[in-house]
Design a protein around this ligand. Structure first.
Ligand code: HEC
Length: 142
C-alpha cells in the first residue's frame, strides 16, 4: 500500500514546488518601470529656480515627502522599510534621466504606495518640489 502512495506524495511535493516558483515569478513581474506619458514628459517647468522657490520646495518636501523618501531624498525615510516597491532615491544620478515634466507627472498622479498630490498641492507647489528634487540629485553627484 505504501508503494502506491509514495509516488503520489512525490507528485504533491513537485506540484507545490512548481506553484511556489510560479508565485516568485509573479512577484518579480509585478514591478513595471514607472514611465510618465509623453504629453507630460515634455511639459515645460514654469517655475523659476530662485532661492525662495527652492526654500518653498524644501519646506513642502520636509512635510510631505521625507517620511518615505528621507531627509536627503535617498529613499530611506522612516516608512520606507515597510514599502514595496521602495521609495525612489531622489539623490541618484538616474534622476537625471527624468524630465521635469515626468517628475511633475509622478508627483501629481502617484503610484501605489506613492500617494498622488494633484489634489493636496497646487501646480506651483508641485513644480517647486521638482526644482527641490533637482538639488538633491546634484548634491549626490559631487
Ligand atoms: C508613502 C510613501 C511616499 C510618500 C509620502 C512620497 N513618496 Fe514618492 N515614491 C514612493 C515610492 C514607493 C516610489 C516608487 C514608486 C514606483 O516606482 O512605483 C516613489 C517615487 C517617487 C518619484 C518617482 C521617481 C522616479 O525616478 O521615477 C517621485 C518624483 C516622487 N516619488 C516624489 C515624491 C514627492 C515630491 C513626495 C512628497 C510630495 C513624495 N514622493 C512622497 C513613496 C512615497
Amino acid at each position: 500500500m505504501n508503494n502506491q502512495s509514495f509516488p503520489h506524495k512525490n507528485a504533491i511535493i513537485f506540484l507545490s514546488a512548481f506553484l511556489m516558483s510560479l508565485s516568485v515569478v509573479k512577484v518579480k513581474a509585478q514591478y513595471k518601470p514607472w514611465v510618465a506619458p509623453k504629453e507630460y514628459a515634455g511639459l515645460k517647468n514654469p517655475s523659476s529656480n530662485d532661492p525662495s522657490t527652492l526654500k518653498d520646495g524644501k519646506t513642502l518636501y520636509t512635510s510631505y515627502c521625507t517620511p518615505c523618501h528621507g531627509d536627503k531624498g535617498k529613499g530611506d525615510g522612516v516608512a520606507a522599510a515597510a514599502l514595496n516597491p521602495k521609495p525612489a532615491d531622489h539623490s541618484s544620478p538616474n534622476m537625471l534621466n527624468e524630465s521635469d515634466g515626468s517628475l511633475f507627472y509622478k508627483i501629481s498622479e502617484g503610484r501605489t504606495p506613492m500617494p498622488q498630490y494633484k489634489a493636496a498641492l497646487t501646480e506651483k507647489q508641485r513644480w517647486e518640489l521638482v526644482n527641490y528634487i533637482r538639488t538633491l540629485c546634484k548634491t549626490q553627484k559631487k
